[in-house]
Design a binder for this molecule. Sequence first.
Ligand code: AMP
Ligand code: ZN
Length: 456
Amino acid sequence: MMNDPMTDTAAHPLKLFNSLTRQMEEFSPVHTGEARVYTCGPTVYNYPHIGNMRAYVFADLLGRTLSWKGYKLTHVINITDVGHLTDDADDGEDKLEKMAAEKAESIWDIAKHYTEAYWQDIKALNIRQPAHWSIATDYVPAMIDYAKGIAEQHCYELESGLYFDVSTVANYGTLARASTDDGEGRIDTVEGKRNAADFAIWRKTPPGEKRQMEWDSPWGKGAPGWHLECSVMSEALLGLPFDIHTGGIDHREIHHPNEIAQNQAHSCSDHSGAKIWMHNNFLIDRTGKMSKSSGEFLRLQLLKYKGFHPHSYRLMCLQAHYRNELEFSWDALESAQIRLKRILAQVEKLTNRFGDERIDSKRLPSPRYQLRTAKLNANHPRLVEYLSRFDEALSEDLNTPEALPILEQLLKEKRLPLEEHIRTVRSMFFALGMGIRQRSDFRRKPRRAHITLVEI
Ligand code: AMP
Ligand code: ZN
C-alpha cells in the first residue's frame, strides 16, 4: 500500500525554493500523495558535459527525496531533438541541423547517437529512469494542435514564422524578473516583432529551402519553436497544473518564462502551469560557465578515463547546495573521490560485521528504503534521531551539504543494533542515490583502490 506522506506527522515538511516567488515554500502536492515533476532535458546535438549532468543529478535528488518521503513520483524528462536554436532568443540556426551539416550525417542519426550517450551518463551517475522520456519530434502534431489553439488570441504571423505576443498574458517574465521590454537576453532579433520578448512558436522554412526536419502546418512548412515542446509535453503527460518544473538557471531567463506564457494562454488562466519552478546553478570552471557550444568541455567519459568513478562526480555535486555555483577542478574531484572511498570503507566495516551474504542482496523494491519504512525499522532512539536530522536537512530545500555529514557520523557509530543500523544507512543511501559497495580493497590503499558499486 502506498504511504501517505501527509499522515506521517513526525516527518519534516518538505520546503523547496520556488524561483517564481523567490521564496522557500512548503511542498503541497496538487494530487494527494503524488508528486509530478517535469525536467527540461538535453538538446541532443552534442555530448552532454558534466555541467549538464549536474542538472540531472539535481533533478534525480529531488525525485529521490520525494520518493523517500513517500510521494508517488511521476517524473518526465524530455529529449530536445528539434527546434533549439544556437541562441535561446530566436536567433541563429537549429543546433541539430548545424551539427548534422558539419558532420554530414542525418539529424536523426545525430539525435540518436547523442541521446544514447546521454543515457549512458544517466546510468553511470545512478540517476533513476523517469516515468517518461518524452522525445520532442514525437509530439510535433500535438504541438501544431496546441499552437492552433492559442494562435488567434495570442500570436501573429511574420514572414519567418508564427510569433507569441507576450503582452497578451498577465505578468510576462515574472520568473526572470524582467518586463516585456527590458531585461537580460530580451533582444529584438527578428524584424517586425511587436515586443522584444516575443518568441517563435513556429519557424517557417524559408522559400526555396528544404530542411531535413520539417512538417506541414497552417503556417506553412517548418518546425516548432523550442519553447513549445515543453509546454505541450508537460501538459500531455502530467496535466496542468503539475507540481514542480526543473531546469538549469539559464532557463529562468527565457525558456521558462516563455513556457509559462504558453501555459497561461493554453489554459486560459494566469497560472504558470507548475506550482514550483526550481533551478540548479551552474557548474563553472576557471574560465566561467561550462557550455557545449564553446567546443572544449568535460565529459563524464574523460573523468572515467582519468580514473574517477562517476559516483565521485555525483558526490562532488551533492557536496554543494544545488542553488550555489560549483567550481570544477581536478583537485576538488579527487577530494570527493577520497571522501566517497572513506564512506564506502565505513559501509564495508559495518556490513562485514553483519555478514556478506545478507547485505549483498540484490536490488530491493524502493519502498524498503523510504523514510517511513526506515523509521519503522529503527527503534533505537539514536537511529530515530539520525533519521530525523537527515530528513530535516533534505527537507530544507535539499540541503545535501548538511545531510552528508549526518550520514558520515552515523557510519562511525559503534554500538547501535547492527541490522537497524545498516537499514538506516541504506535508506539514506537511497535518498542520496549512492551505490553500496560490492567488493574492493580501498581500506588498504584508499587512494588507488578500485571502486565497484551495486546500484540500490
Ligand atoms: P542543454 O542540453 O543545453 O539544453 O542543457 C541541458 C541542461 O543543462 C539544462 O537544464 C541547462 O540549463 C543545464 N546546464 C547547461 N550548462 C550548465 C552548467 N554549466 N552547469 C549546470 N547546468 C547546466
Ligand atoms: Zn524545456
